[in-house]
Design a protein around this ligand. Structure first.
Ligand code: PEP
Ligand code: MN
Length: 360
């Protein structure tokens, strides 16, 4: 009876989930969580935290207790990993999310982390869900690779039913017949989860593809589709990562991805800020190109109707509307000067029928 679930209340009206003082899932800005698959050493996690913060990440990830397919694979640093995560938070100010595997570890994990992660393999570990919900921290609930949308939402219901409203869903790929990718990132179900619930939903394209070269485009796709954020695996030397090397981005690759997502760097370092401004300029140029293309077609439409290119009242209306919307960061005189130039360029294009593909 989906209609009676807490999780489906106010479906589609995302409620914000705060983590620490600085992070809000489900707000205007996407939240990017980044860091290594596993915490490996103090130097590795501190360097990772500094690099992802500088690139604009707003939270740090890192596994201390690792759910590995083989019991002989690296299992994580455990309690020492938690201590190192807390140290990385102290150094960078980034809130930390880390996975809890065992209810017995909950007090310790909740003490060191700002958000608890329930991993894909534990999505239906109901005893863990119930106890994690009561640990006094927001919870990131990953979708099980074999779980349907309904099962995922019901797992979230366990958390909400315990009175924990700080729940964020994370789509991390499901098992499909395809083996080229590690899992199949199921964006339609992630979007359905957003439409069917009030919970923020993020994507994890690292586990969702298992392939480094697919992580950036799937990150862009996830945010373009309207999800609330990303979880990404990033390591200072990804090829030597102790877990999930093949899907892990280098810090440079992560920086490039963040620039392409137009997420501002979290640093005052001049080259990074300039790289971010260059990205913004390119976006502005692209929008101007689209405006001029439309202007050319407007010019043709005006000619057909026998109207003059210059329509003063329309320009006054445009400027008035924009002035009402402009943020305080842009002074009214600056806004007017910029749009006078844009409108002037548009008039020139309209007067020149060739821009509309006509012969003059
Ligand atoms: C992880 O994010 O560290 C992890 C193990 O992911 P998942 O539970 O999605 O496999
Ligand atoms: Mn991993």
């Amino acid at each position: 009876m989906a209609g009676e679930l807490l999780v489906t209340r106010d479906a589609g009206m995302t409620r914000e989930v705060a983590v620490g003082f600085s992070v809000r899932f489900g707000g205007k800005e996407p939240v990017v969580i980044a860091g290594p698959c596993s915490v490996e050493s103090e130097a590795q996690i501190i360097e990772s935290a500094r690099a992802v913060r500088a690139a604009g990440a707003s939270m740090l990830r890192g596994g201390a207790f690792k759910p590995r397919t083989s019991p002989y694979s690296f299992q994580g640093l455990g309690q020492e990993g938690l201590r190192l995560l807390a140290k990385a938070r102290e150094e960078t100010g980034l809130p930390v999310v880390t996975e809890v595997l065992d209810p017995a570890d909950l007090p310790l994990v909740a003490e060191h982390a700002d958000m608890l992660q329930i991993g894909a393999r534990n999505m239906q570990n109901y005893s863990l869900l119930r106890q994690a919900a009561r640990a006094g921290r927001p919870v990131l609930l990953k979708r099980g690779p074999g779980a349907t949308l309904e099962e995922w939402l019901h797992a979230a219901e366990y958390l909400l039913a315990e009175g924990n409203e700080g729940v964020v869903l994370c789509e991390r790929g499901i098992r499909s017949f395809e083996t080229y990718t590690r899992y199949t990132l199921d964006l339609p179900s992630a979007l359905a989860a957003k439409q069917r619930t009030h919970l923020p939903v993020i994507a994890d394209p690292s586990h969702g593809t298992g392939r480094r070269e697919l992580v950036a485009p799937m990150s862009r796709a996830s945010l373009a589709a309207g999800l609330d954020g990303l979880m990404l695996e990033v390591h200072p030397s990804p090829d030597s990562a102790l877990s999930d090397a093949a899907q892990t981005l280098s810090t440079e690759e992560f920086q490039g991805l963040m620039a392409s997502l137009r997420i501002a760097p979290g640093t005052d370092d001049l080259p990074s800020l300039r790289a971010a401004v260059d990205e913004v300029d390119e976006a502005i140029l692209d929008l101007l190109w689209r405006r001029m293309e439309l202007s050319g077609r407007i010019g043709a439409a005006k000619r057909q109707l026998g109207l003059a290119v210059h329509q003063a009242e329309r320009e006054v209306a445009i400027l008035g509307r924009l002035a009402a919307q402009a943020s305080q960061a842009l002074a009214p005189e600056s806004l007017a000067r910029i749009w006078e130039a844009i409108l002037g360029a548009s008039r020139a294009v309209q007067a020149d029928g060739r821009a509309a593909g006509e012969s003059a």
